[in-house]
Write a protein that binds this ligand. Structure first.
Ligand code: SAH
Ligand code: SF4
Length: 360
């Protein structure tokens, strides 16, 4: 008999599943508690169950986990985790510590099929969609790793020295790693519910970034918890966007922005627009002025992300003074515009694409 993966059973199906196994329904809640809050990685770790029960259960079920292949720490404290999935595919997650929050940037797909020209993930194509539990497991695995290292003598010394350590558990999640979350819609929606309900992270602390799968943008608030939304705009004309983000040919800038205008934003919340600055391509004064026009009427903020170039990249990062000039034009028109300086560049965080654009 093939064993069933407890994480692959939808949480609401777990109780009927336990009953099917001849166990009382409350075992489902206990299993959920042990998996999501105590980070149990195998049935044998659920010590609330008697030894006998664990042994019996282990004959029928198992708990899958990501395999941590590599953990790299950047000079600035950013950490990159390379994980292997059950079928051998690999994904990355990046941990970004700050004094008041600990953000994990997670992947929603192994690779991406949208092929943006400035993105290393896009260059490599799509391997496959992640399953809901593989999305959530990135958080569980990193939390477990953090828990293990916080017990280490080194860490205790650092804390004892009066430094102000970042929170010891992940507080914020951004879907800005590998993949396009809205191209893996159902699994991402399911993962968002698990993160909110089982990991108890508030939707206000979750951000989903999309290249603009327009119909899904409006479907998201109907199906998922009300998370923050970031749109990777990256261009101000259809021509330039068609070239750098081929997805624009299916969902053009104009329809994307009209979906943004109709997006049911809760009071005091804004949409974030990400704008990767590419030298000579989308960083001119005219672009900045057009951007102001495009965003008119949308409660928004803009994250300007100087390109993080990679080997063989056809674009360059603009000079600092041009980045500042672009920002100033936006600020003068009262658009909240932030320059997100690179973090983790020395470890090519998230395929060399991740910069500190995680603050929304
Ligand atoms: N697919 C989603 C989420 C993952 S990419 C999306 O595109 O929004 C997350 C962000 O990384 C996007 O805003 C994208 O524009 C940006 N990005 C991709 N490659 C980059 C690079 N080389 N330098 C800087 N930012 C990059
Ligand atoms: Fe995919 Fe986002 Fe990269 Fe574009 S920027 S290829 S949508 S991961």
């Amino acid at each position: 008999m093939t064993k069933k993966n407890l994480k692959a059973v939808a949480p609401e199906e777990l109780e009927p599943f336990m009953l099917e196994l001849g166990l009382p329904g409350f075992r489902a809640d206990q299993a959920i508690h042990w998996i999501y809050e105590k980070h149990a990685q195998s049935v044998s770790e659920i010590t609330e169950f008697s030894k006998d029960l664990r042994e019996k259960l282990a004959q029928r079920v198992y708990i899958s986990n990501l395999t941590l292949l590599k953990r790299q720490v950047s000079e600035d404290g950013t950490e990159k985790f390379l994980f292997e999935l059950e079928d051998g595919e690999t994904i990355e997650s990046v941990l970004i510590p700050d004094s008041d929050r600990l953000t994990l940037c997670i992947s929603s797909q192994a690779g991406c099929m949208l092929g943006c020209r400035f993105c290393l993930t896009g260059k490599k194509g799509l391997r496959r969609n992640l399953r809901s539990h593989e999305i959530v497991d990135q958080i569980l695995s990193v939390n477990r790793a953090l828990h293990a290292s916080s017990d280490s003598p080194d860490c205790r010394v650092a804390k004892g020295m009066g430094q102000n350590p970042a929170p010891s558990k992940i507080t914020n999640i951004v879907f800005m790693g590998m993949g396009e979350p809205l191209s893996n819609f159902d699994k991402v929606v399911d993962a968002l519910w698990r993160i909110v309900k089982l990991l108890r992270i508030s939707p206000r602390r979750l951000t989903l970034s999309t290249a603009g799968i327009t119909p899904r943008i409006l479907e998201l608030p109907q199906k998922a918890p009300m998370v923050n939304l970031a749109i990777s705009l990256n261009a101000t004309t259809e021509e330039v966007r068609d070239y750098i983000m081929p997805v624009n040919k299916n969902y053009p800038l104009t329809t994307l922005l009209s979906a943004c205008r109709r997006f049911p934003l809760p009071p005091r919340r804004r949409l974030t627009f990400e704008y990767v600055l590419l030298k000579g391509v989308n960083d001119t004064t005219e672009d900045a002025k057009r951007l102001i026009g495009l965003l008119r009427g949308i409660p928004s903020k803009v994250n300007l992300i100087p390109l993080n170039p990679f080997e063989g990249s056809e674009f360059q990062r603009p000079e600092d003074q041009n980045i500042l000039k672009f920002q100033t034009i936006l600020l003068n028109e009262h658009i909240a515009a932030f320059i997100r300086q690179s973090r983790g560049r020395d470890i090519l965080a998230a395929c060399g694409q991740l910069q500190a654009r995680y603050r929304v």
